[in-house]
Design a protein around this ligand. Structure first.
Ligand code: ATP
Length: 480
């Protein structure tokens, strides 16, 4: 295994050991590509959600939120194009019976070429793949696999079936009697809940174009190949925003959201060189421009967020299928039109993995006497950390727990705190490092004399004495 793969495995183990992410239904050996978030994971996830929600709705006067249902009228998915187009080209290896996404197979091979220093060949292969995918020329795509002798990782052979399209939507039935029931889908994206509510929101919140509608919620995709932990799941959460604009202004708004969204990522203190833009060559059926914001995960640069210029495709199509007008009267130019849309769509679980990947460190510490020690630490931005402050009385007696409890009670209404009396202080610090708590405060005997405490900073491990009554403010400033 390479160091990066080792690092990724270490992150997965750490996520489990410290209550961030568990495999779903683990006692039954799990369910593939479905995960549960534990005590610290659910807290981290909620903090990411809140930060996104705030940056969308609170920081932009012209963006409001909704919370639409997962189930939608089945015609929604006909109108959106998902029934006919939401599929991935897949192929099976006849010897191993393993199923692959064709684009993943080719991309994997291209990465190998790059690693061997054959960048030009790798780029040409990807360009050719994009061209064939766009043309939906599956015969030629299969030939491309054969030409390059791209083989199955399990059987090692190139004995492939033909390429087929595989629809990613999950379906289920509503209605209790099978004969009377209707097939409905679990939404594969949250965006359609926004489109069908476009007029409801515009009218009730009295929104004027340009304006946005934001939503956070579950989405479901029957992914052919689900691996890489929570990177590709069958049930996941999206944070999406549809920004409704005047037709003809899409290029300028696309640029605006491209920059604004990358700035959001950078505002979390993640270095810019960990990110890059990837422009789509093969555009989705609804888009006139699209790009991904990619992050360098331990397994390479991969998409974390998509910015799509969706034209008026969705509203126009819903208008055609529903027979209801999806128009907006723009009184500045005295015209009725179907708005164009720029979408920003980020996977909450992928963002969670990004934050975990960036934060995780297996650190070697050199002590004053020259000996070494190690610690597992999560360098979360304080704003996202599951616990902000650990309050630790040095001993269980001499009135120290009482002082600590008073501090807890004062702080817990403002941010998430953690209280612990057990074990040596060093051990307690390490446990807080492992869950990413940015501040620990120790109450000791000196506290009783001069009302000061020791504050210990997670990243530098520096300790200093500060007045007890300044702790709350200090933490609040850091997590604001
Ligand atoms: P990919 O190419 O990785 O399959 P996509 O281009 O199909 O992703 P979009 O339809 O643009 O993804 O969805 C927007 C965002 O939703 C993605 O950027 C990603 O963060 C998230 N997302 C999509 N599919 C999954 C999944 N199966 N598991 C977790 N997150 C996902």
């Amino acid at each position: 295994m390479t160091t990066n793969e080792n690092n990724f495995q270490a992150i997965i183990s750490h996520a489990k050991e410290y209550g961030f992410v568990f495999q779903s239904s683990e006692i039954y050996d799990g369910l593939s590509a479905v995960y549960d978030y534990g005590p610290y994971g659910s807290e981290l996830k909620k903090n990411i959600k809140d930060y996104w929600w705030r940056s969308m709705t609170q920081f932009h006067e012209n963006i409001v939120g909704i919370d639409a249902a997962i189930f939608m009228h089945p015609t929604t998915w006909k109108a959106s194009g998902h029934v006919d187009n939401f599929s991935d080209p897949m192929i099976d290896n006849k010897d191993s019976n393993k199923r692959y996404r064709v684009d993943h197979l080719i991309e994997g091979y291209a990465e190998e070429l790059t690693a061997q220093g054959k960048e030009k060949e790798s780029e040409e292969l990807i360009t050719e793949m994009d061209r064939l995918l766009a043309a939906e020329d599956f015969t030629a795509l299969k030939k491309l696999l054969e030409q390059h002798k791209i083989s199955c990782a399990v059987s090692g052979t190139c004995n492939w079936t033909d390429i087929r399209q595989f629809n990613l939507m999950f379906s289920t039935q509503v209605g209790s009697v099978t004969e009377e029931s209707d097939t409905i889908y679990l939404r594969p994206e949250t965006a359609q809940g926004i489109f069908v509510n476009f007029l409801n929101v515009q009218k009730t919140a009295r929104m004027k174009i340009p304006f946005g509608i934001a939503q956070i919620g579950k989405a479901f995709r029957n992914e052919i190949v689900a691996r890489q932990f929570i990177f590709r799941m069958r049930e996941f959460e999206q944070m999406e925003m549809q920004f409704f604009i005047r037709p003809g202004t899409q290029a300028q708004w696309f640029e605006y959201w491209k920059k604004t969204r990358l700035d959001w990522h950078l505002s979390l203190g993640i270095p810019a060189d960990k990110y890059r833009y990837h422009n789509h060559v093969k555009l989705a059926h609804y888009a006139d421009a699209a790009l991904d914001i990619e992050y360098e995960f331990p397994f390479g640069f991969k998409e974390v967020e998509g910015i799509h210029s969706r034209t008026d495709f969705d509203l126009k199509s819903h208008q055609a299928y529903s027979g209801k007008k999806m128009q907006y009267f723009d009184n500045e130019i005295n015209q009725n039109y179907i708005p164009y849309v720029i979408e920003t769509s980020i996977g909450l679980d992928r963002m969670f993995l990004l934050i975990m990947s960036h934060a995780y460190e297996e650190e070697t510490i050199t002590k004053e006497d020259g000996s070494t020690d190690s610690r597992s630490v999560l360098h979360f931005p304080a704003l996202l950390a599951p616990v902000k402050l650990a309050v630790l009385p040095l001993t269980k007696k001499d009135g120290l727990p009482e002082i600590a409890r008073d501090l807890m009670n004062d702080c817990k209404t403002a941010f998430r705190c953690f209280y612990e009396e057990k074990d040596a202080i060093g051990k307690r610090y390490r446990r807080q490092d492992a869950i990413g708590t940015p501040f620990c405060v120790t109450i000791d005997h000196q506290t009783k004399e001069d009302q000061t405490v020791t504050i210990r900073y997670r990243d530098s491990m520096k300790q200093e004495r500060v007045p007890l009554d300044k702790v709350k403010q200090l933490v609040q400033q850091a997590v604001a």
